[in-house]
Design a protein around this ligand. Structure first.
Ligand code: SF4
Length: 333
């Protein structure tokens, strides 16, 4: 007789939990009964917690049997049992509200960015066999950390083209992108913009952005910009104004530490509020942005821009003539 297996997604159900879908499908294939653990009696219960900041499961009315906890939120080194890790079965019926598939075509990364746990958790990049697709899926979320660093990226592209589905590609490392990769990226049916990142302020990606926007239209690109991790305001503004010059939409992400103890500063929140809305980003410079009545963000820039301009506030970026003349942005006042 099969076992009764309970599963708990500690982070909530906002994004399908890859490990729990694998666990559920594996146990069902062995004749076990699997369901969200609530008030029943279970032989075994799996808990998955990806984020450290999610409150831990505090117990409920069920009898949970053997408890198995996994995910970065519990232990960065946690791994699935090998027989489940090697299984390609996925139980998408756990998340009927999410009508897409999730795939990793590689795990790990070639880099060791100082704010990121991927290398510690997954090691150096290696190809990964695709798992089952969601039979009701309308597109595929490709969760690779660094898609084109995979030595077998071309096989991954062939696989994705073969699915004939739209693709949302999460990790594209602009530093290694070349014309051939851009060519194949353009062959994919993309669900959303291509996500790149300019996280390290000491790297100047200007030449690389100039090169890739020759191959990929800038409107198809969204660039994540990490702020609050060893970057100065000047470095943040430099990166954002460069993106604006190229016509690339930014997404400012204030740094969150592993334990989620760090709180974003008011400056970081204001910067994100300005940059992450296309309308405000395009229509005014950060120096003109007024997130609150009586407060203009030129306040943050005065230190370095006055020094550069000999007292005047510099306007980089494509500020409209209306805004230049009024030195104020009506949309954000
Ligand atoms: S490139 Fe991305 S995934 Fe790789 S270490 Fe840096 S932040 Fe992490």
């Amino acid at each position: 007789m099969g076992k009764n297996i309970g599963i708990i997604d500690v982070d909530g159900h906002n994004f399908p939990n890859y490990a729990l879908m694998k666990i559920a499908a594996y146990h069902k294939s062995k004749g076990d009964t699997v369901g969200w653990a609530d008030i029943g009696n279970y032989d075994r219960t799996y808990l998955s917690k990806i984020f450290t900041f999610s409150p831990d499961f505090s117990g409920g009315l069920g009898k949970y049997g053997e408890l198995i906890k996994g995910g970065t939120g519990y232990d960065i080194a946690s791994k699935l049992p090998i027989e489940i890790e090697n299984s390609k079965l996925m139980d998408y019926s756990l998340y009927p509200q999410h009508q897409y598939s999730v795939q990793f075509l590689s795990r790990g990364c070639i880099r060791k960015c100082p704010f990121c746990l991927v290398r510690e958790k997954e090691g150096y990049i290696k190809p990964y066999e695709p798992v089952e697709l969601n039979p009701k899926g309308k597109w595929i979320e490709v969760l690779d950390n660094n898609f084109f660093a995979n030595p077998e990226w071309k096989s991954s592209i062939d696989y994705l083209i073969g699915t004939k589905q739209k693709i949302n590609l999460h990790g594209v490392d602009v530093r290694i992108m070349n014309e051939e990769q851009a060519y194949w990226l353009n062959k994919l049916k993309l669900k959303r913009n291509i996500h790149i990142a300019w996280d390290l302020p000491e790297l100047d990606l200007t030449e690389k952005l100039k090169e890739i926007t020759k191959y990929i239209p800038a409107y198809k690109i969204r660039c994540y910009v990490l702020v609050g991790f060893n970057s100065s305001i000047e470095q943040d503004i430099y990166r954002l104004r460069k993106l604006k010059e190229f016509g690339i939409a930014p997404f400012v992400q204030p740094y969150r530490d592993f334990k989620n103890e760090r709180k974003p500063s008011q400056y970081e929140k204001d910067l994100a509020r300005w940059a992450n809305k296309m309308w405000t980003f395009k229509s005014c410079d950060f120096s003109e942005f007024q997130p609150r009545k009586g407060f203009r963000c030129s306040h943050y820039l005065n230190g370095f821009e006055k020094a550069k301009a000999g007292g005047a506030i510099l306007n980089y970026g494509q500020v409209s003539s209306k805004h230049q003349s009024e030195n104020e942005c009506s949309t954000c006042s």
